[in-house]
Design a protein around this ligand. Structure first.
Ligand code: NZQ
Ligand code: ZN
Length: 392
């Protein structure tokens, strides 16, 4: 068991109708002017944006708005948001949407609280010294960005997708009404469930340290997401299933499922970020596409935990060798992905990268990770290339 810090300062307001508390929650932040930041329009279509504005009006809170955050949110909009917010004297950002709107809001927040080019942080050239306070109204259970210290932005020039993490960007509050996720396309619900599982799996398949309590929480979370993802395939309007998945999403990426381990593996995420950057695919689907190949490539180096995962999470029987059991666990997870209509190969994403593109992705991945990534097994550029090839 390793020493750890656990810091989850976000106030969570969870349940039906929770968005009605927006005005009061923002008011408690003592801000003068709010930037409402959202995506490509779902919040308008569903009427959520109007309800949010009405709640702010009720508390006489001044606001401006900026939409347009797309999946794999772009740096150009971040720059636009920084300029607009600076001109308007904004001192609080309210993100309404999924991970993309939240991450874009976080990047704008960094840009406002720091001098110079915000992209420097994503390139790890320097560290942020602060971030404008952020509040969140979540409409998609997936990334955990509503409580996480991360944001992921794509720079159009070179299509480079990079993450930056610091506690400064952890949202002050997160409003989570599971009903808001009922308007999601089924594909996005499944992508979300995959991403949630992956955030815990990234912390579970490690080769250093562990805590039984953390493992138990992680395993319970994964079993819960799998069971409720199945329910949502059949009935997307099941409130309780939506609620289980939504809360799991936050707990999966707020640090809880990594306490006492070595910080996690995160190679699958790194591999996906290059696919998302280059081909603009949905993050969760990209993860499902590479995970099985990653798992088969690394499992022998992390056998005890793959065996434990197979038995405790996927319900594999303990008959057979450790290796056989571990492989059955990997197969069972891939079968689950298929059951919720997620791809288990890169071509299953509807793209067909050339040999050159695979080399490029492996290279960019190695650059992004400064040469290597992983805990279950440390991967270098050649390993990344091999996994992409296996995943094709
Ligand atoms: O843009 P709108 O119109 O809102 O539509 C979105 C978008 O098309 C739609 N949507 C969201 N809520 C909806 C809805 N449609 C109908 N009803 C609703 N209630 O869903 C689509 C996807 O939204 P997006 O925000 O892009 O999805 P997600 O939450 O999966 O975020 C993905 C981004 O987050 C990053 C990913 O890499 C990707 O860029 N991640 C962020 C993390 C973090 N900050 O901690 C960690 C993750 O590992 C991840 O990397
Ligand atoms: Zn993720």
């Amino acid at each position: 068991m390793f020493n750890f810090n656990y810091y989850a300062p976000t106030k969570v307001v969870f349940g039906r109708g929770a968005e009605a508390q927006t005005g009061a929650l923002v008011k408690a932040q003592n801000c003068k002017k709010v930037l409402i930041h959202y995506g490509s329009g779902s919040v308008k279509r569903t009427g959520l944006l109007d309800r949010v504005k009405a709640s702010l009006d009720q508390e006489k809170i001044a606001y401006i708005e900026l939409g347009g955050a797309v999946p794999n949110p772009r740096l150009s909009l971040v720059y636009k948001g920084i300029e607009l917010a600076r001109k308007e004297g904004v001192d609080f950002i309210l993100a309404v949407g999924g991970g993309s709107a939240i991450d874009s809001a976080k990047a704008i927040g960094y840009g406002l609280a720091n001098e110079g080019d915000v992209w420097d942080f994503y390139e790890k050239k320097r560290k942020a010294q602060g971030c404008l306070p952020i509040g969140v109204i979540l409409t998609l259970a997936a990334t955990g960005s509503e409580m996480s210290d991360s944001s992921v932005i794509t720079k159009e020039e070179g299509w480079i997708k990079r993450g930056y993490s610091s506690d400064y960007c952890r949202p002050r509050f997160a409003i989570m009404n599971p009903e808001l996720t009922m308007t999601l396309p089924d594909y996005q619900t499944a992508c979300g469930c995959t991403d949630i599982l992956m955030h815990t799996m990234e912390r579970y398949f490690t080769s250093g340290g562990n805590m039984e309590i953390t493992d138990s929480i992680a395993e319970g979370l994964m079993r819960t997401v799998i069971a409720n993802a199945h329910i949502l395939v059949e009935d997307p309007s099941d409130y309780d299933a939506r609620a289980e998945v939504m809360w799991a999403g936050s707990l999966s990426h707020n640090g809880l499922t990594g306490c006492g381990n070595d910080g996690g593996d995160f190679a699958s995420h790194t591999l996906e970020h290059e696919i998302g950057g280059l081909y603009d695919v949905a993050h969760g689907a990209g993860l499902a596409a590479v995970w099985g190949s990653w798992a088969r490539y690394v499992y022998r180096d992390c056998l005890p935990r793959f065996r434990k995962f197979a038995v405790r999470v996927m319900g594999v029987s303990e008959n057979g060798s450790d290796e056989e059991i571990a492989l059955k666990g990997i197969e069972a997870m891939e079968e689950f992905f298929r059951e919720i209509h997620m791809p288990t190969s890169i071509r299953g994403l509807g793209i067909d990268p050339s040999e050159e593109d695979i080399k490029l992705m492996a290279h960019k991945c190695a650059v992004a990770t400064r040469g290597s990534k992983g805990s279950a097994k440390v991967l270098h550029e050649e390993d990344m290339y091999q996994i992409y090839k296996m995943a094709l």
